[in-house]
Design a protein around this ligand. Structure first.
Ligand code: DAH
Length: 350
């Protein structure tokens, strides 16, 4: 093997022994660097006679190119290996089962609320809302329940800070205050019509929402849900209440085999007042009257507090327990299950 071939050979070997790019660059210096063997050979060409210089120069060049090719090949090999290492380190184990995102669902009380809104919506009722921290005026006084009225003791009220003229604010004990709030807005909107003696568009609204009372057992929770209903116009009667409520309750329970009855009762904001009981003709609750709602014809004082003339406007109202309706619909016998947050219970409604 001539001298040049052996240099090329040595270069290949030392390049192949290099295991990192830095090793390789060091090895390169020994051949192609300033004092490298090929560089030295190039320099020595100067001392040769012209003819020899040509021949020898060409041979050294061939050797140099061979070394450069070996260097490039090794550089690529090392870079490839480095990439492999990196890929392996960052590898994803695609055989691992993925983390599944389980779909949640609506709470049974929310499902009922949506049903109630849809059913009354189809009868032309708007849906309104009101604050849960309420003023004494809206919760009691405007609803014909002045201070010291014995009916106030029917509601075990949570009082909170704040309030006006000595009457503390409270957590609303029913959704009825929104009757006043909504009606006042409605009347304001149609003030011009009303003042001109023209007929105002009827108030037809339901108000689902949370209420609060100091009460807790299997059928009472300190926080519970009601839906208020209000229909006020020039010619609305108890007969309309019966038709509307029967339609609603049959749609809600998805059966025509269901009857309702009105039982005389007392509420300060209605006169006359009635409890609404329902009775199923089939199923596990068959034949028992079950109380689901208070109701009545809106009291003239309440009509007045809405900003309307009770000689002209008349209407009905009702307030039903959404939790109670939900318990009856799904056959749940303890109200507290709704608010314990137990996923085994809640997932049965999806
Ligand atoms: N607010 C009453 C309660 O919580 C229920 C009620 C009765 C609402 C009669 C009404 C009504 O709108 O007319 O006990």
């Amino acid at each position: 093997m001539n001298q040049l071939d052996s240099i090329v050979d040595t270069a290949r070997t030392s390049f192949n022994e290099a295991v990192t790019p830095a090793d390789l660059e060091n090895a390169k210096a020994g051949f192609l660097g300033k004092a490298g063997r090929i560089t030295e050979l190039m320099k020595s060409l100067a001392r040769l006679p012209v003819d020899e210089k040509k021949l020898r120069g060409a041979a050294v060049n061939v050797a140099k190119q061979a070394i450069e090719a070996a260097l490039t090949a090794r550089r690529e090999a090392l870079a490839g290996a480095e990439l492999q290492v990196q890929l392996q380190a960052e590898a994803l184990d695609i055989s691992l089962p993925g983390r599944r995102r389980v779909a949640g669902g609506l709470h049974p009380v929310s499902l009922s609320t949506e049903r109630i809104e849809a059913i009354f919506g189809s009868m032309g009722f708007e849906v309104a809302q009101g604050p849960e921290i309420e003023a004494d005026w809206f919760n009691f006084t405007a609803l014909n329940t002045p201070e010291d009225h014995p009916a106030r003791s029917m509601h075990d009220t949570f009082y909170v800070e704040g309030g006006t003229s000595g009457a503390p604010n409270l957590l609303r004990t029913h959704t009825s205050p929104v009757q006043i709030r909504h009606a006042v807005q409605h009347v304001k909107k149609y003030r011009n019509l009303i003042d001109a003696g023209q007929a105002m568009p009827e108030i037809r609204v339901i108000v689902p929402g949370r209420c609060y009372r100091v009460d807790s057992d299997a059928t009472h929770s300190p926080m519970f849900h009601q839906v208020e209903g209000l229909w006020v116009g020039e010619n609305i009667s108890f007969k309309d209440l019966k038709v509307v409520y029967l339609d609603f309750i049959q749609a809600f329970f998805e059966t025509k085999d269901l009857d309702i009855r009105f039982r005389p009762s007392f509420f300060p904001f209605t006169e006359p007042s009635a409890e609404i009981d329902i009775m199923f003709g089939t199923g596990p609750l068959k034949g028992r009257w079950l109380e689901v709602s208070g109701s009545g014809q809106v009291h003239p004082n309440v009509i007045r507090n809405m900003g309307l003339d009770p000689e002209r406007y008349i209407g009905f109202a009702f307030g039903s327990g959404i939790d109670r309706l939900t318990m009856l619909r799904y056959g749940v016998d303890d109200l507290r299950l709704f608010f314990d947050g137990d996923i085994r219970f809640l997932s049965q409604f999806q």
